[in-house]
Design a protein around this ligand. Structure first.
Ligand SMILES: C[S@@+](CC[C@H](N)C(=O)[O-])C[C@H]1O[C@@H](n2cnc3c(N)ncnc32)[C@H](O)[C@@H]1O
Length: 478
């Protein structure tokens, strides 16, 4: 896209919103919009629908990426690359949050749940000789390390051999993180049990050992799988379904949030990169991660613009899911709800849905998985159009938990997997789910209590973490 296009400013009035929210609002142009969006089969209109979202570009901004669905925006690509190439630095420099997850409280709860699972399996006579525990996206590895400390203690206190049976896969998509935990000796105290290596949450179960490069296929053999704050790293899209009556005929029109990315403050480019403007624009068209890597230094100059466009969605691979989500939203909120006045927003956690399905499919028949994420847990929250948030050079988007729950209801997933919630959920937008193939009443009972948002008794900080700590691992007993 040539830099010229920057001059083509939208005629439609744009609602300026916060950098993380795309809120559909009532406006005087409502009727006009309804007409414009009436034909879902038309290509994206020359002028986009006005029901949206971010500030328009300034006069001499440079267009880096033209309109694409939110999930394909360049900052999702750069975020993926940042995790893969420099996750260790992100944590060390505290550019992404980790302290609350790594305080030990989460580890203790997960240790208790795993212990309950072992007891339940033992009582049923089905406790495996080797219990495979997988952590996906382990980050600093502290959650897993502390979980193992707790679990070892619980086994010792109960004089069981549960800890001895553990085979642990400490995994991440970032080789620099797996190297870091090894160099720091994070798992030395559990060395006989832990293997560190690569696993992608998008293909869970496929493990590559960092030391030996041995590949281990754990699909169908994962007894316990944890993924904390990983699903919310996967792309989302935003849609809106509107019912329109034209000349007495009712039609359904879908809109999609499209995003374009501008580079702001052209005069500052030389302070961020040696690339010329032409080189920058050329690189932005590349499909190669190495090319995007060269754009990463410009990250803080990027400016996003988001709008809802009427586009044909008949061929969209997730169309059935979108219809289902919209129907559920309308049923949950009631037809006259003010949040439905301008149509039904579907905040679509496409990436998370895919990942969670893959995780569920890779579980052992008696296994379970626990995910914890920032999530949207009520129809009201999910009814508002919004996009992702930035954390340093990474992005994350709350997971639409209503979609996750719906995927496993009545076995819509076809996997025979159930999805369980804690007794109280969603406080501070924290959402936890347990997935299991078999009925695991004891394990699920402990899970529901441990993650009950109203139960603070299990929020024990161990070991005490210090805000002045410079090393990620300085509180860990060796
Ligand atoms: C927000 S951090 C969370 C880390 C840790 N689980 C916690 O709760 O603090 C996300 C982690 O997931 C990793 N990650 C990103 N994409 C991934 C993927 N596709 N598969 C596995 N891990 C991924 C990142 O490298 C990072 O370590």
């Amino acid at each position: 896209m040539s830099a010229k296009k920057k001059k083509k400013k939208p005629e439609a009035k744009v609602k300026k919103a916060s950098s993380t929210k795309a809120t559909a609002k009532k406006s005087a142009a409502k009727k006009t919009r309804a007409k414009k969006a009436a034909s879902p089969k038309k290509a994206a209109p020359e002028q986009p629908d006005t029901a949206a979202v971010q500030a328009p570009p300034a006069e001499d901004d440079v267009l880096l990426q033209d309109w694409v669905p939110v999930s394909q925006a360049i900052d999702w690509r750069l975020s993926r690359m940042a995790w893969q190439s420099s996750a260790d630095v992100l944590f060390a420099e505290k550019r992404v949050p980790n302290r609350t997850h790594d305080s030990g409280a989460l580890s203790l709860r997960n240790a208790r749940i795993l212990f309950a699972w072992c007891q339940e399996q033992h009582e049923a006579g089905s406790l495996p000789e080797t219990v495979n525990l997988v952590e996906l996206g382990m980050g600093t590895g502290l959650h897993l390390r502390l979980l193992l400390d707790h679990f070892q203690r619980l086994s010792k206190e109960s004089e069981t051999d549960y800890y001895d049976r553990l085979q642990v896969f400490a995994t991440d998509v970032s080789p620099r993180l797996t190297n870091m935990v090894q160099e720091q000796g994070l798992f030395v105290a559990h060395a006989e049990h832990v293997r560190v290596g690569f696993m992608n949450t998008m293909s869970p179960g496929m493990f590559v050992d960092s030391d030996s490069e041995e590949r281990v296929d754990l699909r169908g053999q994962m007894h316990c799988c944890c993924a904390n704050y990983v699903l919310d790293l996967f792309p989302i899209d935003v849609f809106r379904r509107r019912r329109v009556t034209t000349d007495g005929v009712d039609t359904v029109a879908w809109e999609t949030a499209l995003m374009r990315t501008w580079l702001r403050n052209k005069e500052l480019f030389p302070s961020y990169t040696d690339l010329t403007l032409e080189q920058i624009l050329e690189l932005s068209k590349s499909e190669e991660p190495a090319a995007w890597a060269m754009l990463a230094p410009l990250y803080s100059l990027m400016h996003l613009e988001v709008r809802l466009y009427a586009v044909p969605l008949d061929e969209h691979p997730d169309m059935a899911e979108l219809e289902h989500s919209a129907d559920r939203q309308e049923a949950a909120l009631g037809a006259d709800h003010e949040l439905l006045e301008d149509g039904t927003v579907v905040y679509h956690s496409g990436g998370a849905l895919y990942a969670v399905r893959e995780i569920a499919a890779a579980l052992a028949p008696n296994g379970y998985a626990i995910t914890r994420d920032v999530g949207l847990t009520t129809p009201e929250l999910a009814a508002v159009a919004r996009i992702h948030q930035h954390f340093g050079p990474t992005v994350a988007a709350g997971v639409n938990m209503l979609q996750i729950d719906a995927l496993f209801e009545d076995d819509r997933s076809g996997l025979g997997v159930s999805c369980h919630k804690p007794l109280n959920d969603g406080v501070n937008n924290q959402a936890v789910r347990l997935f299991s193939v078999a009925e695991l009443p004891k394990t699920v009972g402990v899970f529901r209590n441990e993650f009950d948002a109203n139960n603070s008794s299990s929020f024990v900080n161990y070991p005490a973490s210090s805000t002045t700590t410079t090393s990620l691992y300085s509180n860990i007993p060796t």
